[in-house]
Design a protein around this ligand. Structure first.
Ligand code: SF4
Length: 348
């Protein structure tokens, strides 16, 4: 092996070890603001009662955490360069009565100009989240956007903020997306109620040593299990302390058809080549289109023929008169279960 290859291998291995050494599961003695908005109330209870049994993040997820940690100071400096300063970095937030704790990234300085605005710095590879323009848009992107929104509302109610700015750096396109968020009092109150319910369930568990769900009490205590495969399969308690009856592709039609499966496998193999062909075809055409009627390159001959195409410039109002009732049709798209999981991880 050449020295540069040896060095490349050394760095690769060192990096994987560096990431693996960062993996840990920390005890949770309170309701963390960062997880209060999780779609599942029972998750919040398990975070406190069963944190020791929770699955540790895998290296893929840990890399995403490290990305956030490493980019946060970069983002802070970038904002400073843009004339926006953040004070009170990593400010603790705590509401003893509801046992809610957390640390938010800071407060926008220059309150005379901007008012009192709390700030959270985030990174994402999720293109939808990277383009959300409001808290409402962020909230409907499950589960991460919903979790961020909940976290923000928890910080706002605990820290007594009415205005917030979550600054999202899109790590794919390197776009900066500051999202203004207002306190949603109704929603924030549901978070407080959830915290109260988790506190009750936790007390029940401490006194009886029984997980409320196993005693059929989770609903009564207000911490029901969500049981949604899309959320559960990424949950650190799935299969350790929580066993919801959910299965992959729940509700999907499963076909055991070898011929169809083999056609789909072949289609997936050809898809990459087809995409490459299309991109090449477009690139070549754009380069030779105006080079003459016949163009020779090596052994290739390209014909550029000028043709005419009939078109009708119909005024919009006339066209509207012929608009028919919409009809339903079926659009067929293809995916892969493995790729779907990998995509979800990459977009976190
Ligand atoms: S596995 Fe599902 S139901 Fe159980 S705590 Fe996690 S999200 Fe909730």
């Amino acid at each position: 092996m050449k020295k540069n290859e040896e060095l490349a291998l050394f760095i690769r291995e060192q990096y994987e070890t560096f990431i693996a050494n960062k993996i840990k599961v920390s005890p949770s003695h309170s309701n963390r603001a960062s997880s209060l908005g999780h779609p599942c109330a029972f998750y919040g209870f398990l975070n406190r009662a069963k944190w020791a049994e929770a699955k540790a993040p895998d290296t893929g997820l840990q890399k995403i955490f490290e990305r956030g940690n490493m980019i946060e100071p970069v983002l802070r400096n970038l904002l400073r360069e843009l004339g926006v300063h953040i004070t009170a970095e990593q400010r603790p937030a705590r509401w003893e009565f509801f046992q809610i704790t957390g640390h938010f990234d800071g407060i926008i300085a220059d309150s005379d100009r901007w008012g009192r605005i709390g700030v959270e710095l985030k990174t994402t590879g999720n293109p939808v989240l990277a383009n959300a323009k409001s808290g409402e848009e962020m909230r409907i992107i499950r589960p991460l956007g919903e979790k961020w929104f909940g976290q923000t509302q928890a910080y706002m109610i605990v820290g007594n903020f009415e205005m917030w700015l979550t600054v999202v750096l899109d790590v794919m396109g390197w776009n900066l997306n500051p999202i203004p968020i207002d306190l949603d009092l109704g929603y924030a109150e549901t978070l407080l109620k959830r915290a109260e319910a988790i506190n009750l369930a936790f007390k029940y568990w401490e006194e009886n040593d029984i997980i409320p769900e196993n005693a059929g009490e989770a609903h009564a205590l207000g911490v029901p299990m969500l049981s949604d495969y899309k959320i559960c399969r990424r949950c650190q308690h799935y299969g350790t302390s929580c066993f919801p009856s959910v299965t992959l592709g729940e509700g999907a039609t499963v076909l055991a058809d070898d011929e169809l499966e083999s056609d789909l496998n072949r289609r997936a193999e050809l898809e990459v080549a087809a995409k490459e062909f299309k991109a090449l075809d477009e690139r070549i055409k754009s380069r030779v289109k105006f080079s003459g009627a016949e163009v020779i390159v090596g052994d290739h001959i390209i014909y550029n023929t000028t043709r005419t195409r009939a078109s009708f410039d119909i005024p919009k109002e006339v066209k509207e008169q012929y608009r028919a009732e919409p009809t339903e049709y079926i659009e067929t798209k293809f995916g892969s279960l493995k790729a779907e999981k990998e995509k979800e991880e990459a977009e976190t």
